[in-house]
Design a binder for this molecule. Structure first.
Ligand code: OXD
Ligand code: MN
Length: 580
């Protein structure tokens, strides 16, 4: 046996001694294993089969009502040195954190099966992929991990070969919010998560490994682990460009990743490489190359419809797991916005009564293999990844921020990403609709001090001789009547089209203090009626408003103290001076 398997076996034995499971099951990732787990969960009522005619092999899981989202206040980065975690993270000293959470794990798997889940984040033969092993007592986690990662035999073989892997220990515990922690130990490449079965807290390959731990590793190794979708955009001449885009949770990444061009754009096609996480590596050719470490989508259901995301609706009609959605009388999954059908049971399994709030939980989710998406890009399996032409940052901002602007250069682009702000959503527990700074959409996910992260972004830029251009977009601007000014969804292609035309040097731009904005005549608005008046607001730069915004951005950067890169502060002063 290789030394890495010895160390894996030793760890499994140590965890078993602590958690006292009745059985240990090593997952091979096979269909037979999945079918057996599903059958057992159906027997126990943890999965409910949905209508086999309309949704073959689809199941509904109803979570505990107090366990429906990520819990940022209970999520910790436990680096040796508190400053390494930074003001952007909750921190606990590693010894204290281990002691606290191990006390919860003590005996927590009695009467349960301990599953050992080897997985690989990224194409199994990619040099950029990284492996992990999750130990969990939740079969729901196992079947979701099988969709979201390359899980089983092949991953175990790679672990045996490579030796290094991220260790993730998870137990649903009692699903008691008072006994719930999501702890990260970056120096030990370790995650411990207790008391929640919710995706972002429990599918440890996703946020915990592929973002928090991976961002730490990426800094040491010279790459970037980002909260970004990846798409290939093909023009009518058949040329394909790839872009990666960062938006905070529940701000439309999945919809943008699966965009269907508007009728006016015959011949255009969008290919989905990833919808949530992107690992970016400087290539030998001076470009930035991206892989999607995941192999499935854990998407927000409400609002998904044939109109907003037809590809998603089509990929969800078989082999999918739905969590906390409602059901119709004929047992089909249902959520607000999907159709005119009337739900009969809400997400908690109660007879639907509008007095109880929405039928589907606002953060109800689907889990589905990326291969089922009609716009799936086979390049998602490409070991080298795809070359990135543009990076896009986007927030949910009802005022001030224009539809799109381009950063002057990489340094300015890093400032644009660092100063991103967005209204909070139901993807995390807590208030919804409050504007907060969410640098690079990584506030909940960066496994180290944001000041060091900004410095690292600047250093990565220094390695690129052909860097992607950097943009900021805002699909969420509202008029005085409270209605959205931009139609969004399919029509966002028009903005991507301008971005690509800029990357190819085909169109000019208006130079403004905040960056380069489109000349209205360069936006392809064919087929968009009555957009004229809205466009004036969408492309306006309110200099007074931006002066205020930059006051806040400066205070935000100052909150990171001396560790914040001087270059970023200088860049901020440059923009402020232009606005003065
Ligand atoms: C997600 C999130 O689940 O960002 O992707 O919360
Ligand atoms: Mn996300």
């Amino acid at each position: 046996m290789s030394s890495s398997l010895v160390s894996l076996n030793t760890w499994v034995a140590e965890v078993a001694a602590l958690t006292k499971p009745d059985r240990i099951h090593w997952c091979d990732g096979s269909e037979a294993e999945r079918d057996a787990l599903v059958a057992r969960m159906v027997e126990l009522g943890d999965l409910l089969p949905l209508n086999p005619q309309t949704h073959p092999n689809c199941y509904l899981h109803r979570s505990h009502p107090n366990d429906v989202a990520r819990v940022e206040h209970l999520t910790f980065v436990c680096s040796e040195n508190q400053d390494d975690a930074g003001p952007n993270n909750h921190w606990m000293a590693p010894t204290e954190a281990h002691a606290k959470i191990d006390a919860l794990f003590t005996g927590s798997m009695r009467g349960r099966t301990l599953y050992v889940v080897p997985y690989c984040m990224g194409p199994i033969d990619s040099p950029f992929a990284r492996c992990g092993v999750e130990i969990t007592d939740s079969p729901y986690v196992v079947v979701n991990m099988r969709i979201m990662t390359r899980m089983g035999e092949a991953a175990l073989k790679r672990i045996e070969r490579e030796g290094r892997f991220v260790r993730g220990l998870h137990s649903i515990g009692e699903l008691d919010p008072e006994r719930r922690f999501i702890m990260h130990f970056p120096e030990e490449l370790m995650i411990k998560s207790y008391g929640s079965g919710y995706g972002g807290n429990a599918l440890l390959g996703k946020k915990c490994h592929a973002l928090r731990i991976a961002s730490w590793q990426a800094r040491q190794e010279g790459w970037l682990a980002e909260h970004m979708l990846i798409v290939g955009i093909e023009n009518p001449q058949g040329e394909r460009h790839y872009v990666a885009a960062a938006f905070p949770s529940a701000c439309g990444k999945t919809n943008l990743a699966m965009l269907i061009p508007p009728q006016s754009h015959a011949g255009w096609k969008v290919w989905t490489v990833g919808d949530d996480i992107c690992w970016l590596h400087p290539g030998h050719d001076g470009r930035l190359w991206a892989i999607n470490p995941e192999s499935g989508y854990f998407g927000v259901a409400p609002g998904t419809s044939r109109k907003t995301n037809r590809n998603a609706v089509e990929m969800l009609n078989r082999d999918a797991i739905f969590t906390n959605v409602a059901v119709t009388a004929d047992n089909q999954p249902w959520w607000e916005g999907l159709s005119d059908a009337v739900p009969v049971k809400d997400w908690q399994g109660r007879d639907y009564d509008p007095k109880n709030g929405p039928a589907a939980h606002p953060n109800s989710r689907f889990t589905v293999s990326m291969r089922q998406c009609p716009s799936f890009a086979p390049e998602a399996d490409e070991p080298a990844g795809v070359p990135i032409s543009a990076l896009i940052f986007g927030g949910r901002r009802e005022s001030l921020v224009p539809l799109v602007f381009e950063a002057r250069d990489w340094q300015h682009g890093v400032l644009v990403g660092a100063s991103m702000a967005s209204e909070t959503t139901a993807a995390a527990a807590g208030a919804v609709g409050v504007v907060r700074r969410d640098s690079m959409a990584m506030k909940p996910f960066c496994g180290y001090n944001f000041a060091d992260y900004f410095t690292h972004w600047l250093k990565v830029g220094d390695k690129l001789t052909r860097p992607p251009r950097i943009y900021h977009v805002n699909w969420f601007r509202k008029g005085t009547d409270g209605k959205f000014l931009w139609p969004g969804f399919s029509d966002n292609l028009r903005v991507l089209q301008w971005i690509l035309a800029r990357c190819e040097g085909k169109v000019g731009a208006q130079d403004t203090p905040i960056g380069l904005l489109p000349n209205a005549s360069d936006l392809d608005l064919r087929g968009l009626d009555n957009i004229g008046a809205a466009l004036d607001s969408l492309l306006a730069v309110d200099e007074d408003g931006w002066r205020n915004e930059f006051g806040e951005i400066k205070r935000y950067l100052e909150s990171f103290g001396a560790r914040a890169p001087g270059k970023l502060k200088a860049e901020c002063e440059r923009v402020e001076a232009a606005l003065a």
